[in-house]
Design a binder for this molecule. Structure first.
Ligand SMILES: Cc1cc2nc3c(=O)[nH]c(=O)nc-3n(C[C@H](O)[C@H](O)[C@H](O)COP(=O)(O)OP(=O)(O)OC[C@H]3O[C@@H](n4cnc5c(N)ncnc54)[C@H](O)[C@@H]3O)c2cc1C
Length: 343
């Protein structure tokens, strides 16, 4: 197991924040994880985990230890005529896994192309894009519980998946580590999802027909044009969740804001576009120092260079307060706030 003292986490978080951790453990296999957990100095007490670092904002210095999940690999468990069951290690790159599936003709996750991060974190916020959520392809996962040091198998139905949430953000938050995830992917009859107009438009523009490969290519092209690449400009994708409100609240809102866009959600609720609320509040493309909202996508908080995590969060709070003042809607961060003392 590699251990680095006073490690700068800049290259391990997509906001590109300079942040020094007293110790960084590179966990390269599951045995490393157990050793880290049982370390005589009790380093695992803080239990701060990093995977791809694309869904966290480091709001302050890290006083203790960080452990990075780095083991990877894909294993075929079983297959039938219709589908295949694969186990993917937690530290495997999500997008590499999507590309592997497409290359082999396996469907179900093509709409989730180009989402940064690792496979083991995909279930935590039930990653989603272009009308698909990862919960639809997850069969089960292996979970190492800090309290017992035992590994449990959790089936999809106990993961309490919802919009950008799961049991790992509630009851099981900080209670353990996702070690690997089992996915059931289609082999022949793919359930292609092109209900997002921009996807089918892009496929038509390419002069192609819908297929898992062409959907993936179209989505990669749309995302590359619209979202800032963390290699060039620090960000964590959508910073806030799209708010879910009741139909009655929508009726009230529409009296004042006739054009407010909304999407029908489950249980008679509707989803609003957080990006639209932010843009209408005048924050698209605005910055204070190096902290700002992106000029093409108002929902993306960006680090233009040398912003600190605290400055980014202070900026995000201003945006949130303004949206509340204008629409009476409370935006919730989608990104995990690490080391926040007082928000
Ligand atoms: C440009 C960009 C675009 C994005 N687009 C999307 C999108 O379209 N849809 C979407 O849903 N998300 C999107 N995201 C957000 C992000 O990519 C996902 O949430 C991703 O799943 C985070 O994975 P990660 O490995 O980087 O997690 P990290 O940021 O490393 O960790 C996230 C949280 O999980 C904890 N953790 C890490 N590993 C484990 C583990 N193995 N077990 C238990 N806990 C763990 C961490 O402590 C942290 O609290 C985007 C991000 C960026 C930068």
């Amino acid at each position: 197991m590699r251990i680095k003292q006073n490690a700068n986490l800049k290259k391990y978080n997509t906001f590109g924040l300079n942040c020094i951790a007293e110790r960084l453990f590179h966990l390269e296999n599951e045995v490393d994880l157990v050793e880290y957990h049982q370390h005589q100095n009790g380093y695992a007490k803080q239990k701060l985990l990093f995977s791809g670092g694309s869904n966290l904002l480091l709001c302050s210095e890290i006083k203790g230890t960080v452990a990075r999940i780095e083991w990877d690999g894909i294993k075929i468990l079983s297959e039938t005529e219709q589908d295949i069951l694969v186990e993917v290690a937690a530290g495997h790159s999500w997008h590499e896994f999507v590309l592997w599936a497409i290359e082999n003709g396996y469907g179900g996750i093509e709409n989730l192309s180009l989402i940064p991060g690792h496979v083991g974190t995909a279930p935590i916020q039930n990653i989603g894009a272009y009308g698909v959520e990862v919960k639809s392809s997850i069969e089960s996962l292996r979970f190492y519980r800090w309290e017992t040091g035992e590994t449990e198998v959790l089936n999809n139905n106990v993961c309490e998946f919802g919009y950008r949430t799961s049991v790992f953000k509630t009851k099981l938050r900080n209670k353990g580590v996702i070690l690997s995830v089992n996915f059931k992917l289609t082999k022949n009859e793919h359930n292609l999802n092109t209900k997002y107009g921009s996807v089918i438009d892009e496929i038509n523009k390419m002069g192609k027909i819908p297929s898992i490969l062409n959907i993936s290519k179209a989505i990669i092209s749309i995302r590359s044009a619209k979202l800032p690449d963390p290699k060039n400009i620090g960000n964590s994708g959508s910073f806030f969740k799209n708010p879910i409100i009741s139909k009655n609240t929508l009726i009230d809102l529409r009296e004042k804001h006739k054009n407010i866009p909304f999407y029908v959600h489950e249980n008679a609720s509707v989803k609003l576009s957080a990006g639209w609320l932010i843009e209408m509040s005048g924050w698209k493309g605005k910055s204070h120092g190096d902290a700002g909202m992106h000029d093409k996508q108002a929902l993306v908080l960006v680090n233009h260079g040398n912003a600190t995590g605290e400055e980014l969060w202070d900026f995000a709070k201003e945006v949130k307060e303004d949206v509340y003042k204008n629409f009476n809607i409370n935006l919730e961060p989608e990104v995990n706030l690490i080391g926040l003392v007082n928000n």
